[in-house]
Structures are given as C-alpha cells and as structure tokens.
Design a protein around this ligand. Structure first.
Ligand code: ZN
Length: 299
C-alpha cells in the first residue's frame, strides 16, 4: 500500500465503541501518564506504549499484550477519540506486538518497518502463537510521516540495531520520541542477533538520534530500571551508547589477549556501569558479551 492509499484508508476507518474497564478504576495508579502536547505513555505489562490524541485521531506506538491492549483501547477514550486510529510497532518483539490483534479489531491501522512482519511471523511460528497475531498492513523502508492535528509524526529506521526492524517514532512538535527497545534504561539489553541485531549499528544509531535531538527532547523507552524509569533525555541515549561501546571494546580486548569465549562471558558487571540492572539471565552482561563475541568473530 502506498502512502496515499494508506491515508485514504484512514479516512474510511470508523470509531469503535469504548467502555472503560471496571478493574482499571481499582488500580492505585492509572496506567496512563500524560507527558506534553497531547502525547503520553501507558504501562501495564511489556514494552511501554506511547500515544498521541487530537481531534479525530489517535496515534499509538506498540501494543504490549492482549489484556493491556484491551485496557488501553478502552481507556484512551478519556483522552481523545478516533475515527482515525494508527498503531506503530517500534519492532517485532512479542511484548510490543502481542496486543496488535486487539488494536486491529478496534479499527487501528498498523504500520511498521518493512522487516517487521516477517520477523514477527517467524517468532510467532517458533512459539506456536500464529493465530493471535496481527501484522502491519503498511510498511516502509526508511521513513514514514504524516500529520494529525497540529502534530507531525515521523517513524524512522536507522539500520539494524536491537533487531533489523527498529524504528524511532518522533512526535515532532511535542519534541518527544519513542525509542522502542533501542534504550533499555539502565538495564542490560536484549540484543536479538537472530532478529538481525548489530551492536556496532546500535552504537551509531544512538549517536545519530542523540544528535537529532536537543536538550528539551523527551524520550520514551521500552523498558527501564525502576530507579531510572522509562523516560529520559538524550543523555540516556549516550549512556547506552557508551555501555555498548564498552561492551564491544572489552570483548575485542579479550579476544586479542587470547581469552576464550567462556572467559570473556564470565564477567557479570562492569565497574564503569554500576547502575545496570539484570532482571534475569536473559537480560545480563554474560548474554550481552556472548552476542558481542559472536559479532566480533563472525567471518
Ligand atoms: Zn525488543
């Protein structure tokens, strides 16, 4: 579908009925947080959702899982309503696309980088979860942009990093960008080598995006150390860049000194990055070092 067809289709979408779920009112704290200029975030379970509402349009980044997605599509009506509804997927991982079907059934159009549908389909096949998927119907190679209200929303792909299908979604007038999983804020990141991740590309991306930002730019992150949260400034991007650079350098030096893969990946923390949290073995320095070792030794 080209951009014009996409915009025409948007015009044909209709608003679904929305009912605020009862259990949301029993939560101590609303999962909806307003940031500025109509942009906010939502967190229940999985990668942080970003949202923008204006007269007649809702633009969302990422869908978490089916239950939080249902809570989102019902609850967002308190902030604004359609009929134009757009969902971006920052990348294909299940904690960012697992609620896609709920959004699609509520009338949202799904947009993602061109590599996302295939990566998502393969991951769903591997976890025997294909029937619960909805895939982007509009994809782009480098950039996708449109206006809604007084906002310009631009999704940009900067090359392979956390996966080979990452986008940063910019809300240009609000000066807010959703980073997907390109920043695990002070957490050891998942580096999805099977999904096309490249650490050196990730380092360049963070430097480029930080350079496109200014001191007022607010970033939304997929995941964060509770002490540091899921929003931050370009300093948080540069901190993650420095961590990834250190990761590659440490591994490169180990290889040069004749250390084995096992010796290199035995390290569990860096003194230079004492804030990095490891919530599980899956998100840990040994896992990160192993991906770095694979990247540096591939022929
Ligand atoms: Zn991810």
């Amino acid at each position: 579908m080209n951009r014009l067809d996409f915009l025409k289709n948007l015009g044909m979408l209709s608003a679904g009925a929305t009912i605020f779920p009862k259990y949301l009112s029993t939560l101590a704290k609303s999962p909806f947080t307003e940031l500025r200029n109509g942009v906010g975030m939502f967190s229940l379970q999985g990668g942080t959702i970003g949202w923008y509402t204006t007269d007649g349009a809702i633009v969302v980044v990422d869908s978490q899982f089916p239950d939080p997605a249902r809570a989102f599509v019902d609850g967002i009506s308190a902030f604004g309503n359609g009929p134009h509804k757009v969902l971006f997927n920052s990348h294909h991982h299940g904690d960012h696309t697992g609620g896609n079907l709920v959004f699609e059934q509520d009338g949202y159009s799904i947009i993602a980088h061109a590599n996302v549908p295939d990566l998502q389909r393969t991951a769903a096949q591997n976890s025997d979860n294909e029937e619960n998927q909805a895939y982007a119907s509009t994809t782009f190679a480098d950039q996708f942009s449109f206006d809604a209200g007084d906002e310009t929303i631009t999704a940009k792909h900067y090359g392979p990093a956390h996966t080979k299908g990452d986008s940063v979604i910019w809300f240009e007038n609000a000066n807010i960008a959703h980073m997907g999983d390109l920043v695990f804020n002070r957490i050891y990141p998942f580096i999805d080598r099977n999904g096309g991740a490249i650490i050196s590309g990730w380092i360049n991306l963070l430097e480029t995006v930080a350079g496109e930002a200014d001191s007022e730019t607010l970033f939304i992150f997929g995941h964060g150390n509770p002490e540091f949260g899921v929003t931050g400034s370009r300093e948080s991007l540069l901190h993650k860049r420095d961590f990834l650079s250190h990761l590659l350098e440490y591994t490169r030096e180990g290889i040069a000194a004749g250390k084995s893969r096992e010796e290199i990946t035995a390290r569990t923390s860096f003194d230079e990055f004492p804030d990095h949290l490891s919530p599980s073995d899956f998100l840990s320095l040994p896992r990160n070092l192993d991906v770095a070792w694979l990247e540096l030794t591939e022929s």
